[in-house]
Design a protein around this ligand. Structure first.
Ligand SMILES: [Zn+2]
Length: 113
């Protein structure tokens, strides 16, 4: 259910941005979602349609990109993407720790009219 809160958050930001830009309508929203966040695109879409009714952002297209989680190796200071099976640093083989990226969501851009 945490998609609901996230979607409210996204919508709030989008409406603020659209108002600032003096937009008549929001056409599309580009989102990046971290693969680790567990957010389901379908849920966000569903909540979005419900929440955005009667707002300037109603009917906007959500374009969602999932990004792989990034790991960081504390041993040799390398950043690398998490593959399905491998948490180990490609350079030195030590297990990496999660970066903050890849856990949450980000609004990349908003198309307005
Ligand atoms: Zn390393």
């Amino acid at each position: 259910m945490h998609e609901y809160a996230v979607t409210e958050n996204i919508l709030k930001i989008v409406i603020e941005q659209a108002a600032k830009a003096d937009a008549k309508k929001v056409l599309a929203i580009r989102l990046t979602i971290g693969a680790l966040s567990g957010f389901e695109q379908d849920c966000i879409q569903m909540y979005y349609e419900e929440l955005s009714k009667d707002t300037i952002a109603a009917g906007a297209k959500l374009i969602v990109t999932k990004v792989e989680a990034q790991l960081h190796c504390r041993n040799c200071d390398t950043d690398f993407a998490l593959t399905h099976t491998d948490y180990n640093c490609p350079t030195c083989g030590v297990a990496g720790v999660y970066n903050d990226d890849g856990r949450d969501f980000m609004i990349e851009s908003i198309e307005i009219e």
